[in-house]
Design a protein around this ligand. Structure first.
Ligand code: ATP
Length: 237
């Protein structure tokens, strides 16, 4: 039996009268890569932000390792092992790459921070080479790597990734997805939201399709990739 890491049940969220999530249920088991795909405005970002605690919810629940975290502050969720890589990276441009990474560990009080930074540099050698330079000088793909490295510095059990491929050239998209797939070997569980359904599902174990705030399809990633409805709507086939 796989351990359930994240259990989102019947989650609802709204911006004023606009219902962005209308009863969304997803689960992520330890060791999996799970992708949530959907078009513009379907509710992907809202769901990730509700899981990390920065978006208020009006119904349903978020459980992490069996604990109800629905009302916990975002920093308390980080302490429990949830880290988010936000849409648009949100790196701190004037700060050095190393200081950006250090900020990812700001809630930690253990003595393995330096070792984890080395592990991040091993995963992203380009960041090490430029570690003393301001993060604002990095390209989009490099900023995505930095944002992922920063999230890994919190030692997450679950990494939430919001559209990591956004705005990147195809070759960089491939590279980013390869890195995400390699995180699984490092024992990090990933919940990925993406408009790039083909790439996101091709590295995932399971997937969900969200349409206007509701889960429309779910299943093994390979079955979704083979599903005619999914192919027609999201893969342009
Ligand atoms: P995208 O890929 O464009 O980021 P998404 O799937 O992440 O889309 P959300 O950003 O979660 O979708 O948006 C879901 C719905 O909520 C949309 O109808 C959107 O217009 C609305 N929405 C999102 N943010 C706000 C906001 N700050 N104020 C009002 N409505 C919002």
């Amino acid at each position: 039996m796989q351990e359930t890491l994240l259990e989102v049940a019947d989650l609802a969220s709204a911006y004023g009268r606009v219902k962005a999530l209308k009863g969304v249920s997803v689960t992520v088991n330890a060791g999996e890569i799970v992708s949530l795909v959907g078009g513009n405005g379907a509710g992907k970002t809202t769901l990730l932000r509700a899981i990390s605690g920065v978006q208020p919810v009006i119904g349903g629940s978020v459980r992490f390792l069996g604990e109800d975290v629905t009302r916990l502050a975002p920093h308390a969720r980080v302490d429990r092992g949830i880290a988010q890589v936000p849409e648009g990276r949100q790196i701190f441009a004037p700060l050095s790459i190393e200081d950006n990474l250090r900020l990812g560990a700001y809630r930690r009080r253990d003595d393995a921070i330096a070792a984890d930074m080395e592990a991040v540099y091993e995963l992203f050698p380009m960041l090490k080479a430029r570690r003393a330079t301001p993060a604002g000088g990095l390209s989009g793909g490099q900023q995505q790597m930095l944002a992922m490295g920063r999230a890994l510095m919190s030692r997450p059990k679950l990494l939430l990734l919001d559209e990591p491929s956004m705005g990147l050239a195809p070759i960089l998209v491939d590279q980013i997805f390869e890195i995400i797939a390699s995180l699984k070997q490092r024992g990090v569980t990933v919940f990925l939201v993406e408009q790039n359904a083909a790439a996101a599902l091709s590295i995932a174990d399971r997937g969900y399709v969200i349409e206007t705030g509701k889960i429309a399809h779910e299943g093994e990633a390979a079955s979704l990739l083979a599903d005619d409805r999914v192919r027609a709507a999201y893969l342009g086939i």
